[in-house]
Design a protein around this ligand. Structure first.
Ligand code: F6P
Length: 365
């Protein structure tokens, strides 16, 4: 049986802390096994357009703690949904054959694909065309069911918790209601875990639609009890009961055109109007995706990377590394993409938060 000799590696979708640690975790052991590593640039865009560079140990040395990705990333380079601009009009075309052509021209035996839900969908489609793929799950949103945690999430939660510590002091000085909007798309993990770690008084997440009156009551009650400030941590995908998600804009070039954002401002405005309390809002935005990974993410990323190259060498193609308890296992990419991980209203973190007085904007959980 032919041995694996050349490995491609790419980072797809939105970046997050820990990507470089995975690239290092793949590349160093690959060289120890005598393999060549080709870094594909800017996610699938590089695979379609033929942009790549060979990675040597010197390229991955010293990158464990650096944020971002040395390979570049993109969420607009889906080979099956490629946006072509002509006279200001966007036409979506299929360029998957170009991706396959480059894979063959580069003489790759496998591509290690690091990404979230969207990236894994594309990886799965490419594997159906004959490409050998090994997946590594990444996203600050932590919304992949197949793994107990994605790397990047812990770092994002750390940023949220630190921001909440800072908001607490200014909120309490000025007796204000401080609303913070955090990322997470359609999952509330960042708001839940970040809000819990940062001592938020109200946490609003997509999985538990909130009631405006319950939110107003909570801040007013706190005020009456002498707590003259409140911290509200809102997931960008949170929505009121019978209401809808707040969309900032749509960009047809992206794999998922919807860009969320704006619910923090709305919550802040409505609280001010309906309670008379002074409010301010902060949108934490891409601060949650930037900077150095936490020690947890550095360790998880390194384990993911080293296990992914092992899968590749053993020709366990079509599989994705996953954290199960404290062990790294692997799952079929086909199974991994079929299930999104959302917060269950009876999740232990929800119950713990509730037990210490956090409101989820609803009377009944
Ligand atoms: O999926 C990661 C994520 O940061 C989401 O939480 C957020 O909604 C989205 O990406 C933002 O994407 P962009 O960086 O393209 O604006």
């Amino acid at each position: 049986m032919q041995k694996v000799k050349k490995v491609g590696i790419l980072t797809g979708g939105g970046d997050c802390p820990g990507l470089n640690a995975v690239i290092r975790g793949v590349t160093k052991p690959a060289h120890d096994h005598g393999l060549t590593v080709l870094g594909i640039l800017d996610g699938f865009e590089g695979l379609v357009e033929g942009k790549a560079m060979e990675l040597y140990n010197k390229d991955v040395s010293g990158i464990l703690a650096t944020g971002g990705t040395i390979l570049g990333s993109s969420n607009k380079g889906d080979p099956f949904h490629w946006p072509e601009e002509n006279n200001g009009k966007i036409k979506i075309v299929d360029r998957s054959k170009d991706a396959l052509k480059n894979y063959q021209a580069w003489d790759l035996d496998v591509v290690i694909t690091i990404g979230g839900d969207g990236t894994m969908h594309i990886a799965h489609q490419l594997s159906q065309m004959g490409m050998n793929i090994v997946g590594v799950p990444k996203t600050i949103d932590n919304d992949l069911e197949a793994t107990d945690q994605t790397f990047g999430h812990d770092s994002a939660v750390y940023v949220v918790s630190e921001a909440l510590d800072r908001l607490h002091t200014t909120a309490s000085s000025h007796h204000r209601v401080m609303v913070i909007e955090v990322m997470g798309r359609y999952a509330g993990w960042i708001a839940l875990n970040g809000g819990l770690a940062g001592g938020a008084d109200i946490i609003l997440i997509p999985e538990i639609p909130f009631e405006w009156e319950v939110v107003y009551d909570k801040v007013v009650q706190r005020n009456m009890m002498g707590k003259r400030f409140s911290i509200v941590c809102v997931a960008e995908g949170a929505k009121p009961k019978n209401g809808s998600i707040v969309v900032k804009s749509k960009d047809l070039k992206r794999t998922d055109p919807v860009q969320l954002g704006g619910v923090g401002e709305l919550v802040s405005k409505k609280i001010a109007e309906n309670t008379g309390l002074e409010t301010r809002f902060t949108v934490l935005g891409h601060l949650q995706r930037g900077g150095s990974p936490t020690p947890f993410d550095r360790i998880l990323s390194t384990k993911f990377g080293t296990n992914a190259i092992e899968l590749a060498i053993k020709k366990q193609f079509g599989r994705m590394v996953a954290l199960r308890g404290s062990e790294i296992k692997s799952v079929r990419i086909a199974d991994a993409i079929s299930r999104q991980k959302l917060v269950k209203p009876k999740d232990q973190a929800v119950l713990a938060a509730h037990a210490v007085g956090v409101s989820f904007g609803t009377e009944k959980l």
